[in-house]
Design a protein around this ligand. Structure first.
Ligand SMILES: Cc1cc2nc3c(=O)[nH]c(=O)nc-3n(C[C@H](O)[C@H](O)[C@H](O)COP(=O)(O)O)c2cc1C
Length: 184
């Protein structure tokens, strides 16, 4: 089974809750980007050893929070040595609005993976977009590049729509499974 790491930033706990649910469902290891935008040495070691890396970030002001960008810039050390070349990558974002410019964040995550020479995994789940669709359905937000989550602005971390959380779990499993096929 491939080693999968979910590296995430969460300012107010919602993205953390989603990352933890995905890790629990897939056995992935969690690495946190802290409030200063730093990752502990053990976290960097886990990322280096990973076959698959899943980025998780909330959308703040239409893109990743500065802490995640600081982490992204710090990965330039890996870029110089091609240390993350051919790893499998995925990404998810969470924000308060149904749209909220989440796609900008996803494209940022996809671009970061591509800069590192990684293999990006699409969501691979059909959208639930009929009249009868509900927020409990898988991929009700209709993503394709990666997984999308909406945490309503007044929702606690326990009130994130279940369909979105399930979508991230299924996506994390897909990323891990593809990494296993590629890397064993
Ligand atoms: C500084 C800031 C900027 C935000 N910008 C957006 C935004 O552009 N779009 C959106 O839908 N929600 C936005 N939000 C809402 C957050 O994405 C949302 O509350 C999310 O659940 C926070 O995740 P977290 O608890 O992991 O930090 C913003 C929140 C903050 C604090």
């Amino acid at each position: 089974m491939a080693k999968t790491v979910i590296v995430y930033f969460s300012g107010y706990g919602h993205t953390k809750q989603i990352a933890e649910a995905a890790a629990q469902a897939t056995g992935a290891e969690l690495v946190e980007v802290d409030a200063q935008g730093d990752v502990a040495e053990a976290g960097w070691a886990a990322l280096d050893a990973a076959d698959a890396i899943i980025f998780g970030a909330p959308t703040y002001m239409g893109s990743v929070p500065w802490q995640f960008k600081k982490f992204a810039d710090a990965t330039s050390k890996k870029w110089f040595t091609r240390a993350w070349q051919d790893k499998v990558f995925g990404g998810f974002t969470n924000s308060a609005s149904l749209n909220g410019d989440k796609q900008v964040t996803l494209i940022f995550l996809q671009t970061l993976a591509s800069q590192q020479g990684g293999i990006w995994v699409s969501l691979g789940l059909a959208p639930a977009n009929t009249k009868g669709a509900t927020r409990s359905d898988i991929n009700n937000l209709g993503g394709s590049v990666g997984a999308l989550v909406q945490s309503p602005a007044d929702a606690s971390v326990d009130e994130i729509p279940s369909g979105d959380v399930e979508t991230v779990k299924l996506y994390a499993a897909r990323v891990a499974e593809i990494a296993t096929r590629l890397h064993g």
